[in-house]
Design a protein around this ligand. Structure first.
Ligand code: NAP
Length: 479
């Protein structure tokens, strides 16, 4: 036995937490999942071409490596299959309550436990682990007239596969990583595609997706090479990509690499000018794709930069006139800065998390919040990355929480001290100063007041070091 743990969400984070509990012999946990299957964002995003632009050898659990010897990057079906396979292999299914959204979680001080409420009723837990992710609530744009459109319209994360886009006029609003993946696929079948771009993105090429026959043979004969490859991918991101986000030695190198990619793939100077960002690389999430630019050069594709004024029954109206459309796809991203806002979370002294975070979400190590004992967050505030795998960060957080469990079991509910939180905030602010995300662009990394609440400003290695073992001095214990 061990503490009774409520895990909210059965995506990468929630499954990782459950697997480590299983490995530690702690079977007193329940995963609450609002959807009808495991997989989180990889269950929800089924748009054509959906996949991960991080190498799968790194975008998988270190203890359950993705084992493709043929492809560098996994597509959405493979990743979802991988997560389902993990749930089966580690026997998690019987602990998962599907179609069960947590509505509220309140810390009961007299019990020293959490009361977790779902539509099915209330249950009591020692510990709550939130694993609800950052990219799970689709955001529709605040463009007037959306409801007046006559044709099919849907968000990229709620793809309507019943709509046949073949031969149709398709309007795509937004040009982030999601659009970059499905635009090439849709452009192949659509009669015409208008890509409405408000701000150009920096784009880096995606390395050849298939491993060469020689590499495949090497991986087959010497499986340790896959571990070595994973390590190489990790180091490349840490030592070349990360410094480019921190104003370091590789800033110009990576920028030139991206510009070279643009020049190589887009010969038309007018289109190229439209696609050239005026802000530093990395300020917004960099798109990693080698099919996006070629799709934009197709004769049936236009990149429209005229400002959208409203949606009208027949299409999209811009300052230059109406662009007719049979279907609109909103690739407009997610509500990211209001962490945990779908759940009413109440801590000690009746403190509401939404109120505590009204100036911006924050958590010690992105994991613990003062006044909220035994509440732990996975992929919480300031733990997103712009250069490497989130799965790595999740594993760091899960390891940390696992380290907290024996402490809270012996000393009672643990709550991070405000002093520890203050020091964390000061260090975060200091480190954030050098990061490119502050450089005057808009992005989902920031909240409404412009504070970067999404991203971790250090390297992944630094985060691993900080989260290696919980420091009891940072916490107040009930006993
Ligand atoms: P996103 O990066 O947030 O992009 C949203 C797009 O919608 C932007 O181009 C934005 O323009 C545009 N937009 C928003 N409101 C608009 C409006 N009112 N009028 C016109 N345009 C508007 O969303 P996303 O592409 O879904 O990607 C979200 C994140 O998911 C990514 O950054 C990435 O972290 C993750 N993702 C990862 C992968 C992967 O392969 N690992 C794949 C897909 C997504 P502005 O730029 O001007 O705001």
């Amino acid at each position: 036995m061990g503490p009774n743990v409520a895990i909210i969400g059965a995506g990468f984070g929630g499954l990782c937490m459950a697997i480590q509990l299983e490995k530690a012999g702690i079977r007193s946990y329940t995963i609450f999942e609002k959807g009808s299957d495991v997989g989180g964002t990889w269950r929800d995003n089924t748009y054509p071409g959906a996949g991960c632009d991080t190498h799968s050898h790194l975008y998988s659990f270190s203890f359950e490596r993705y084992s493709s010897r043929t492809r560098r990057y996994a597509g959405q079906p493979e990743i979802l299959g991988y997560l389902r396979g993990c749930a089966d292999k580690y026997g998690l299914r019987s602990r998962i309550r599907l179609n069960t959204a947590v509505v509220s979680a309140a810390f009961d001080e007299s019990l020293g436990k959490w009361r977790v409420r779902t539509p099915a009723g209330e249950e009591v837990f020692d510990v709550v682990v939130s694993a609800i992710g950052q990219l799970n609530r689709p955001q529709l744009p605040d463009i007037p007239g959306i409801s007046t459109f006559n044709g099919a319209a849907f968000h990229s994360a709620r793809w309507d596969h019943s709509v046949d886009l073949a031969g149709r006029r398709v309007a795509v609003i937004g040009n982030g990583s999601s659009a970059a993946q499905f635009v090439p696929k849709v452009a192949e079948v659509a009669g015409h595609l208008d890509l409405f771009q408000r701000t150009p993105n920096w784009v880096l090429p995606k390395q050849g997706t298939d491993f060469s026959p020689r590499v495949r043979t090497a991986f087959r004969l010497a499986p340790f090479l896959q571990r070595a490859y994973r390590e190489w991918v990790y180091r490349y991101a840490e030592h070349i990509l990360y410094p480019a986000l921190a104003g370091g030695w590789s800033t110009d190198l990576v920028r030139k690499y991206a510009l070279g990619h643009l020049h190589e793939q887009v010969s038309d100077p007018v289109l190229r000018a439209k696609l050239t960002p005026s802000y530093p690389l990395g300020c917004k999430r960099v798109v990693i794709d080698s099919d996006f630019y070629p799709a934009l050069t197709r004769p049936n594709v236009d990149v429209v930069t005229d400002r959208i004024t409203r949606i009208v029954p027949g299409g999209v109206e811009t300052v230059a006139g109406v662009r007719e459309a049979d279907a609109i796809v909103y690739a407009t991203g997610f509500e990211t800065s209001e962490f945990l806002s779908t759940i009413e979370v109440t801590g000690r002294d009746g403190r509401r998390l939404a109120e505590e975070w009204k100036e911006g979400a924050e958590a010690y190590l992105g994991i613990a919040v003062p006044h909220f004992p035994n509440l732990f967050l996975l992929y919480g505030p300031n733990t997103n990355l712009g250069h490497t795998s989130i799965v790595f960060m999740l594993e760091c957080q899960v390891r940390y929480i696992m380290g907290c469990l024996p402490q809270l079991a012996s000393r009672g509910p643990m709550e991070v001290r405000p002093e520890a939180m203050d020091t964390w905030r000061q260090n975060l602010d200091r480190d954030m100063e050098g990061m490119v995300w502050q450089a005057g662009c808009t992005s989902w990394y920031k909240n409404a007041s412009g504070r970067v609440t999404g991203n971790w400003p250090g390297s992944a290695t630094a985060y691993r070091r900080l989260t290696k073992t919980p420091r009891p001095e940072a916490f107040h214990f009930a006993r």
